[in-house]
Write a protein that binds this ligand. Sequence first.
Ligand code: SAH
Ligand code: DHB
Ligand code: MG
Length: 222
Amino acid sequence: MDTDTWTTVDAWFTDRLRPRDDTLVDIVAAGAALPQIQVSDLQGGFLSVLARALRARRILEIGTLFGFSTVVLGRALPADGHLVTLEASAEHARIARDNIDRAGLGDRVEVRLGQALESLATLAEEGAGPFDLVFVDADKQNNPSYWDWALRLTRPGGVVIVDNVVREGRVTDEESRDPDVVGTRELTDAVSTAMAEGRVDATVLQTVGSKGWDGFLVATLT
Ligand code: SAH
Ligand code: DHB
Ligand code: MG
């Protein structure tokens, strides 16, 4: 088994269950100059299913890129729903805003430009939330802090998802001093503590597919 096989199977299910409509094709085209590190179509499907199962009306995303996951999640919102997405790059935010408008979600989705840690503090000051769903997908070294904020800003029964916790199994390399790996390890310790305190129930889903071998951490607040 290798990435080619995973990609073939990914494409087989994507064709049948989640083929891109013209808007999503345009959105990816508009983001072509940016890193192609958005969630896969099937992973986006998982986010969409979860948002709908939760009847999510308030969603927080950390890490927008060109707005692919943002639009997938935004489409899962009811008409009176709201999604806030945090992005540090002005170029990414600009392209994402265009893509959100392209998808007809301008009234529901807000892109906040700035370091996510600063935007999160501002959101808390504003009394934003509580959110039904938080999708954490920015710089992995700050995941322990994003986790703390997510615990504060999510309602009981709400769900926090953290992308890219497996990264080809790198997380298990105890020697690694890579800040992303260290961030994921510290995140996992923090989640473990929160579970021991009875604050959350959590697990990790490993995934393979067009994005290689990776995984989501999924937690719900008790
Ligand atoms: N969620 C997107 C992919 C996000 S890629 C999708 O699946 O479609 C990660 C994004 O996080 C990048 O756009 C990067 O610029 C942004 N980012 C990285 N560090 C950040 C920080 N400290 N604050 C806010 N955004 C950050
Ligand atoms: C990569 C993938 C991601 O989903 C992400 O958020 C950051 C980086 C990657 O494949 O490098
Ligand atoms: Mg990611």
